[in-house]
Design a protein around this ligand. Structure first.
Ligand code: ZN
Length: 276
């Protein structure tokens, strides 16, 4: 009993003792010549220094998320034409990309998955140069000859190869031979099929003058012009095509730029908006 009661007294007096000790310590620290208050602020300064790297690592954050560039031109108001190149990348790709750089023109490449896997550096360069990219099946299969599910798997596999090569995820698909149907589009509703309304027939004629005449003469506002990465004469004709289209008052843009907003998936287009 005596033990417990003395323990009780001890317990009761403990807060008092702690309080007295606390006051004593506080009074003592007040008597000290300002050293503890000085060392106290230095600690937070060090903490700030420690967080500085965090601030530094925060600094580049705005850089990877720049404001998206405004469209160079509003193709719903101004007549535009989109040049497109199918079947690449090929042995001609680097020469074609050099020529496009010289001309300062952005185009759209519809690459096959297999050629992308074979020449990933060319697809990377297409994207880095500011061109748009889309898929053109894995190995140029006529997608309507396989099941809609298989056609979608083929389109996805091709898109994956393009993403692996360039980092860009594309949902644009140009079906080989322009061959598509509603069942295919319904099954691949996350894709948009991009056809064309101007056929240069470059793969058939291999004639630079005829290719130029089709590209320049047959284009209207919103036209999508079909050419091939694999046809040397199309590269040869390119300067006169660009000059001819500009002379006719057309802005040359990529396929996505034909629209003034992102193209919703699950659609098919033969041309963009017919401005004017
Ligand atoms: Zn093709």
């Amino acid at each position: 009993m005596g033990n417990s009661s003395s323990r009780g007294v001890w317990r009761a007096s403990l807060p008092v003792l702690v309080g007295v000790l606390g006051i004593g310590l506080a009074a003592f620290s007040l008597l000290l010549p300002g050293k503890p208050p000085q060392s106290a602020p230095t600690a937070p300064v060090r903490t700030v220094t420690a967080t500085t790297p965090v601030e530094v690592s925060k600094a580049p954050a705005p850089t990877p998320s720049p404001e998206p560039l405004p469209p160079r031109v509003d193709c719903t108001q101004v007549p535009c034409v989109a040049l497109t190149f199918d079947d690449g990348p090929s042995a001609y790709s680097e020469a074609l990309l050099d020529k496009l750089d010289e001309l300062g023109v952005k185009v759209t490449f519809f690459n096959t998955g297999q050629n992308t896997a074979n020449r990933p550096e060319s697809v990377k360069r297409q994207v880095e140069s500011g061109h748009a990219v889309g898929g053109h099946s894995w190995n140029h299969v006529q997608l309507t000859t396989i099941s809609p599910a298989d056609a979608c798997a083929d389109a996805n596999r091709t898109a994956d190869a393009i993403k692996q090569a360039s980092g860009v995820e594309t949902y644009l698909v140009r079906p080989p031979y322009g061959s598509w149907n509603d069942a295919m589009l319904a099954a691949c509703s996350d894709k948009t099929f991009i056809l064309w309304d101007v056929d240069t027939e470059d793969w058939r004629t291999h004639d630079a003058a005829q290719i130029r005449d089709h590209a320049v003469g047959d284009s209207r506002a919103g036209s999508i012009v079909l050419m091939h990465d694999t046809v040397a004469e199309s590269i040869e004709a390119l300067p006169s095509i660009v000059a001819g289209l500009k002379e006719r008052g057309f802005e040359l843009v990529t396929v996505p730029e034909l629209w003034n907003e992102p193209i919703a998936p699950g659609q098919s287009f033969y041309n963009g908006p017919r401005a004017g």
